[in-house]
Design a protein around this ligand. Sequence first.
Ligand SMILES: Cc1ncc(COP(=O)(O)O)c(C=O)c1O
Length: 363
Amino acid sequence: MKVKKLVRKEIQGLPFYDAESIFPERLDEEIVKLDLNENLIVSSDIVEKLLLKACQGVDARRYPPPHGATAVQAISKFFGFDESTIFVGNGSDEVLDLLMKTFVGKQTRVLVVEPTFPLYSYFIQLYGGEETPVMLRPDFGLDVDAILEKSGKEPSLLIVCSPNNPTANQFAKSDLKKVVREFNGLVVVDEAYADFAKYSTVDWTRETDNLIVLRTFSKAFGLAGIRLGFAVSNQSVIEYLKRVAHPFHVNIITQRVVALALQNLDYFKQQIDYIIGEREWLRNALVKIDGVIPYPSDANFILFKITKKGLSSSAVKEKLRSKNVFVKKKEYAPLLKNCMRVTVGTRNMNETFVSALKEVLEG
Ligand SMILES: Cc1ncc(COP(=O)(O)O)c(C=O)c1O
């Protein structure tokens, strides 16, 4: 039997979404893993303690609270939002998937501010939608006029990542506000990195009915492995998302860990401050290296361009890899030519990365 014949057309042409990383059981001193924007500043002991506490008294014979109710309650208390305005999923990846499943069908037009997180295009393709890319300005700013021009007569969907992955900048508040106000359709703002930035649009969801904000516990809280992301929007959007989601999709341990993490908010806030400090240290160190241009960052990573003649970002990536230093190559758009992305790590990791990069550039 030819399986391919039975596969949906959209999926036949779908690229394999490869995390392209290494996954050792435990990270030791040897491996400097700065490729997936994980938060390795948060203490693994503290995270383990939260997990153990979350497991206490769990009766796993039973289904978890439906629609992640325990996590929703904790998040709603934290933000002061009504529970009916919050939707949780297994990472913002799943929330994005369910959002697309809800709003994108064959030929739905979806505007995406590019270059950005490739998962948006992947889901649009998966559900048969039509992506209309709107490029960033050369300074990585939002091209408000181009977005509104392409907004069209029929309501559509717009996805904006702010701070943007991989450019790392958060868009000017006034630009984003204008876009949300004037766009003809739903605006999704992916704020996976907003905890490291200047502002959040979450509160804007109280005043408008066309905004969906995505947040995650993977970055600021260092809980990528437990998988919890959430959307904040108006009640109507959240109700549709719940129709599409399976009621028990978020497991009980994850729900409890999130509630416990929010009870320990001060600890996580301190780690965010540390990351912001390290980000500046790392950027200053990169500025001093000949053959590299780092861009400003509002996130827990930095985008930098390799400018040394004859040296490609692919070669740099491979050479760093051979020194057990893992970063990402990010040159999938003209604006990102010869660019790479490095996650902010501990001072030790950052120093190892900087000296390895210097060796590669000098070699
Ligand atoms: C912009 C952006 N959105 C969403 C995600 C996925 O986050 P999560 O771990 O919550 O699925 C990532 C992960 O790197 C990201 O960079």
